[in-house]
Each structure stands twice: as C-alpha cells, then as structure tokens.
Write a protein that binds this ligand. Structure first.
Ligand SMILES: [Zn+2]
Length: 167
C-alpha cells in the first residue's frame, strides 16, 4: 500500500467535503465519542464503516479476537473515566481467524495472551459462530464485573462477514 498516496486521498476528501473538514476542525482539541467499540483487528471488520461513523464518533479498541487483556482494559477505563462514554459495544464477527486458530490449536508467535483469553471464554465450543458469540458475551460479563458502578450500557453484537448485518 502506498501510505503517502492514501493519506493524500484523505486530504483531498477533506478539501472537497466542507462538512468533514468542519468536523475535523471541531475535534482538534476535544473529542466526545458516544460509543466504545471493542472489535477484532480483522481487516474486514471496520467499525467506522459498519456503523457509518465519521471522525470523533467512536472510541475503538481493536485486538485479534476482540478480547480484553490488560492494555484493552486500560483503554476502556480511560474512555469511561475521562471521556464519560456511556455505551460499550463488544463487536465479534463470523469467520474470525483468532477464534478459528484457538479451536484448531494453531499457535502463533506471541499469540498466547489472546489465545488464552479466547480459550478461557469459549472453553470446548467447536462451532465457530457459537464460539464468536460466547467469546463476545463473556467479555461483556467481564466488563460488568470490572466496572460494577458503570451506569451505561454494555452489550455485544456479531458482525456477519457475509451479509454485513450486525446482529
Ligand atoms: Zn476476528
């Protein structure tokens, strides 16, 4: 990928879209996102596109398998306490490579924290779709345990890669 060229395309978009440029300018010193999204790093699962979001709307944490380990928890904690976001969405998805690799015991260099977390969540489930759902729902439960005083909504949804429907 030609990084510089892609950025140039975005700069051209800003030049041609007054609303987008105004949004960008209004966000220079502050951000007020209304949703925290924890989703997979999978290149097909792009929360800004899936939820039709512009700059500044969602606070996104991406990790293979949309699991919450130490760094992810710290990011969420920041978003709750500092940005006062009252809605958290764990976005799992179908055809997840991380879930697949855990079910089929495929280890990767440095993948242990993620694999352990997924295994802890899905136990011996072998159906990948069910495993994605359980994995996401367990992270919802985990966040509810970690932030017992949180007044906002914590939920999960699954993005279907084949239909683009979030259910
Ligand atoms: Zn995935």
């Amino acid at each position: 990928m030609d990084i510089k060229k892609r950025n140039q395309q975005f700069l051209s978009e800003l030049d041609n879209n007054k609303e987008l440029k105004a949004t960008r300018d209004s966000l220079v010193k502050v951000q007020h996102p209304s949703l925290i999204v924890v989703c997979c790093s999978d290149s097909r699962v792009v929360p800004e596109k899936i939820l039709s979001c512009s700059l500044g709307e969602i606070f996104v944490i991406r990790t293979a398998g949309n699991v919450i380990n130490e760094g992810e928890l710290a990011s969420i904690s920041y978003a709750i306490e500092h940005l006062h976001i009252n809605h958290i969405l764990i976005m799992g998805h179908t055809h997840c490579g991380a879930i697949h690799s855990v079910i089929h015991n495929e280890g990767f260099l440095y993948s242990d924290p993620i694999a352990k977390r997924i295994k802890h969540n899905i136990l011996d489930i072998e159906d990948e779709k069910t495993a994605s759902e359980v994995n996401a729902s367990k992270e919802v439960e985990y966040l509810k345990e970690k932030f017992p005083d949180y007044q906002g909504t914590i939920e999960y949804k699954i993005y279907d890669i084949e239909t683009s429907i979030l259910y």
